[in-house]
Design a binder for this molecule. Structure first.
Ligand code: HEM
Length: 129
């Protein structure tokens, strides 16, 4: 008897606990990154960590708690107040890369997740410098 196929990437990589670990690790890097930390308006990064975790969980097929709480993501609009140029994008990608590498996610999910995050980080840029 074979196992049922996972319904989506969220389930395939281990669901909520996996996303919780990745995003927690990401914000540990943000907290000590001199490019990124000043962009975050709140002293407590906890609420930002929760928003990003809930967004990614929803995006990859998990519960829709993000939109229940925040409405339509409109991520480019929500990032408009922050200057995001190549330096900020690369700092962000460096932090998320560290967080994801520590999970040892299986293929093809690792490549899918990474392709999406690179694309999304590029599309969030709103400055050339
Ligand atoms: C929010 C920075 C890319 C998802 C934020 C905030 C900052 C920020 C400063 C506000 C913190 C807060 O929630 O209070 C950046 C920078 C990026 C980047 C410098 C570099 C490219 C991304 C990408 C995604 C993303 C690629 C998605 C894949 C989010 C989400 C929120 C957020 C979901 C919360 C939106 C809400 O208010 O509901 N980001 N971000 N960010 N970011 Fe990013």
């Amino acid at each position: 008897v074979s196992e049922p196929e996972p319904a989506n990437l969220y389930e395939a990589v281990g669901g909520e606990p996996t996303f919780r670990r990745i995003i927690k690790r990401f914000y540990e890097e943000v907290a000590r990154d001199e490019v990124l930390r000043p962009l975050y308006p709140e002293e407590d990064l906890g609420p930002a960590e929760e928003r990003f975790r809930l967004f990614l969980i929803q995006y990859w097929g998990g519960p829709h708690t993000y939109s229940d709480q925040r409405g339509h993501p409109r991520l480019r609009m929500r990032h408009a107040p922050f200057k995001i140029g190549p330096i900020e994008r690369d700092a962000w990608l460096r932090c998320i890369r560290i967080a994801i590498d520590e999970e040892n996610l299986p293929e093809p999910y690792l490549s899918q997740l990474w392709a999406y995050l690179e694309m999304a980080a590029h599309s969030m840029m709103n400055s050339f410098v």
